[in-house]
Design a protein around this ligand. Structure first.
Ligand code: KIV
Length: 312
C-alpha cells in the first residue's frame, strides 16, 4: 500500500506538538474540529492552533472526516473557520467566482496572492491551501518551487495544490524536498479541460487503472492529501481505502475522507445549472437580492437614512 513518502507525513508522528522555539502563534492540543473546540474539563480552554497537514492525516487514521471549502476573502475565511471548516482553499476557481472568467485558465499568481494573503491573515486555525494556477508550474520543477515559495512567503499559506497525477510526480518531489506541503488534484482537472474535452467524469471503465496509477504516484511522491474531482464513487472509495493520506472528494462520492466545494456553489450565491455534485445549503442569491432591492427602494423613497443614522 503506498504511503506518504516522507516520514514526517505519517499519522504515527502526530503526538503533542511542542511550542515553537521561534516564538509566534501559541500552540494547543491538536484536533480537527474548530466548532465547539475547548476543554471539556475545568481547565481553561487552550488557545487554538493551526491545523497541520499531520492533523488531517491523523484524522484519516482515526476515521474522522473533515471539511474543506474555497475562500477568497477575509470575511468568508473567518466565518468558515468559525463554523468548523478545517481547510480553506484559495482555488484557481477564483478565475470564475471572483474575476468572472469562463474557465480557471486566465487567473494569475499575481491575482491569487492577495486573495490568499487575505484568507491566511483572517484565520488562526484552518489549514490554508493555495492553488498553483495554470502556467505557473508546468514548465519545470524549478518553476513550480519558485511559484510555491511566492505563495508561502507573500501570502502565508501552509500548502499548495496542483493538478495532475503521474505527470506531476517530479514536481511533487521537488516541492516537498523544498519543505512545501502539496495537495494533488486528480480525476477531472479543470486546468486541462480543453485536453479532457470538457467537464466529464474521469476514470470510468478502462480509465480506472490510470486514475489508480495517478493516485498511487502522487502518494508515493509525497503529497499529504489528494483531491479527486468527478470520479465514480466506487473507484474513489478504492483509492481512499488504499492510501494512508486523506482523499478529498468533489463529485467523488461519500467514501472520501473529506469533501470540498466552491463556497458560492454551496451557499447558493451562484445561480443557474450547477454540477450534479453541488448541494446548495443556502440561498444567498435570494437573500442578497431582497436586501439590495429593499435598500434601493428605501434610498429612492427617502426612508434611508433614518434620523438615528444621521448626524446633527
Ligand atoms: O479551484 C478550486 O476551487 C478547486 C476545487 C473546487 C477542488 O480546485
Amino acid at each position: 500500500m503506498p504511503e506518504a513518502a516522507h516520514s514526517n507525513q505519517t499519522a504515527s508522528t502526530t503526538s503533542a506538538e511542542e511550542p515553537s522555539p521561534y516564538g509566534g502563534a501559541a500552540t494547543a492540543p491538536s484536533g480537527t474540529t474548530a466548532r465547539g473546540a475547548g476543554d471539556a474539563g475545568g481547565a481553561p480552554a487552550a488557545p487554538p492552533r493551526r491545523i497541520r497537514t499531520l492533523d488531517l492525516i491523523k484524522a484519516k487514521a482515526e476515521g474522522r472526516r473533515w471539511a474543506m471549502l474555497t475562500s477568497y476573502d477575509q470575511y468568508t475565511a473567518a466565518l468558515f473557520e468559525q463554523a468548523g471548516v478545517e481547510a480553506l482553499l484559495i482555488g484557481d476557481s477564483a478565475a470564475n467566482n471572483v474575476f468572472g472568467h469562463d474557465t480557471t485558465l486566465p487567473v494569475t499568481v499575481d491575482e491569487l496572492i492577495p486573495l490568499a494573503r487575505a484568507v491566511a491573515s483572517a484565520t488562526s486555525r484552518a489549514l490554508i491551501v493555495a492553488d498553483l494556477p495554470f502556467g505557473s508550474y508546468e514548465v519545470s520543477d524549478e518553476q513550480a518551487v519558485a511559484t510555491a515559495v511566492r505563495f508561502m512567503k507573500e501570502a502565508g499559506v501552509h500548502a499548495i495544490k496542483l493538478e495532475g497525477g503521474v505527470r506531476m510526480a517530479s514536481r511533487i518531489r521537488a516541492l516537498t524536498n523544498a519543505g512545501i506541503p502539496v495537495m494533488a488534484h486528480i480525476g477531472f482537472t479543470p486546468q486541462a479541460e480543453h485536453n479532457l474535452g470538457g467537464y466529464k467524469v474521469q476514470g470510468r471503465g478502462g480509465a480506472g487503472d490510470a486514475l489508480l496509477e495517478d493516485a498511487r504516484a502522487v502518494a508515493e511522491a509525497g503529497v499529504f492529501s489528494v483531491v479527486m474531482e468527478m470520479v465514480p464513487s466506487g473507484l474513489a472509495g478504492q483509492v481512499t481505502g488504499e492510501l494512508d493520506i486523506p482523499t478529498v472528494g468533489i463529485g467523488a462520492g461519500a467514501d472520501c475522507d473529506a469533501q470540498v466545494l466552491v463556497w458560492q456553489d454551496m451557499a447558493g450565491l451562484r445561480t443557474g445549472r450547477a454540477p450534479r455534485f453541488v448541494k446548495r445549503y443556502a440561498d444567498l442569491h435570494s437573500v442578497l437580492t431582497e436586501a439590495v432591492g429593499t435598500y434601493v427602494d428605501e434610498v429612492k423613497s427617502g426612508v434611508f437614512p433614518e434620523p438615528e443614522r444621521s448626524f446633527d
